[in-house]
Design a protein around this ligand. Sequence first.
Ligand code: UD1
Ligand code: PEP
Length: 417
Amino acid sequence: MDKLRIVGGQRLQGAVAISGAKNAALPQIAASLLSPEPLELTNLPAVSDVENMLGVIEQHGARVSRSAHAVSIDASAAVSGETSYDTVRKMRATVLVLGPLLARFGQAQVSLPGGCAIGARPVDLHIKALSLLGAEIGIEGGSIVASAPNGLAGARIVLGSPSVGATETAMMAATAARGETEIVNAAREPEVADLAACLSAMGANIEGAGTHRILVQGGTSWRAATHHTIPDRIEAGTYAIAAAITGGQLELTHARLEHMASMVQVLEATGVSVWPGDRGLIVSRDGPLRSVDITTEPYPGFPTDLQAQFMALMCCAPGASLLRETVFENRFMHVPELMRLGANITLQGTSALVRGGTPLRGAQVMATDLRASVSLVLAALVAEGESVVNRVYHLDRGYESLDRKLGMCGANIERIR
Ligand SMILES: CC(=O)N[C@H]1[C@@H](OP(=O)(O)OP(=O)(O)OC[C@H]2O[C@@H](n3ccc(=O)[nH]c3=O)[C@H](O)[C@@H]2O)O[C@H](CO)[C@@H](O)[C@@H]1O
Ligand SMILES: C=C(OP(=O)(O)O)C(=O)O
């Protein structure tokens, strides 16, 4: 299993090319199963989650031609079949094939994803959305089994909470249903809007994606399409924090300010400067860090996918900061590992109180999920001496060439194979 060895203390300086967004790419790959016409996706990140998702659609009979950061998908000969436990277990986002398979083939069977290191993560809202569209749907032998022999029919779907995945499931299925679907209390994340842009390029008729209310006219006539995936706002936020934590300056090429408003506002409150450049965003800190409280929220609020990284930053800010996690019930697995590096953090239910400003010291650490792992890398960048971050496969799920990108900006980081 690969590890990262990091010697802290280097101020980062240079440019980092922000890759395409993992969380936009995954539903777009799933969406390719809706259409018999070819779909070309460009600006895909080279991360293992994307490779796994391509493997899933290949298992369903899609033909995939890969080139650097792009794929051509031909799902004309795709079949429904069963998406196995082994596949879903590795990556929860696999559940996103349920809607497209059901909508196109009138039946689908996908193993229940179950919980993971950050929470229980039920899929009841995905199931509810599909049953409102007319599917017969239930759980049999650990799998979601869905059928709609006469096709799906447009409906009004009110989501109890604005789930990103359930909004994407509902939107994809609705493109192939008869008539109009209204999704109320929809997630507003840029990745939802980018999925709508991809589906629209494929021939779908969707309005309102990126707002609370999405309207989908079904009965799509599919056509060949090309779609360029948006840049990864979470990767960009992570490198912004890398600049901030090391007191450096990074140019985040391709990063889009309009997707990052809440995190930029919070970073500015900590004493970090962020401004648009010709090629993206520039992030810099040369004064002291200030402690700031945050609460994670659905977009446009502060993203849960940056909470762990922000916690690493607050470990270095003198004073106390309170981090409230409201999206996932168990997303603090990085806390004991940050404490191994010398951080002073007290967990209080769904909040973490960080008392920052005391120096971190290098240690062996291990993480249980993607963002927890990268928070340890960030802390190690400023810890005195050497740290070793174990279980790098978590990082490889969602960060393209993290060690290379950080190394090019001056970090002392090495992958041990
Ligand atoms: C591949 C992908 O895009 N992953 C992102 C997506 O995950 P994902 O789509 O799984 O996140 P959701 O927005 O669905 O989940 C938000 C909350 O709703 C709950 N919930 C969700 C669905 C459901 O049927 N029932 C239910 O109770 C979840 O357990 C969680 O507590 O959005 C999350 C919230 O921004 C991010 O952290 C993930 O990185
Ligand atoms: C939680 C994440 O991903 P997933 O929903 O695929 O587990 C993430 O990207 O931080």
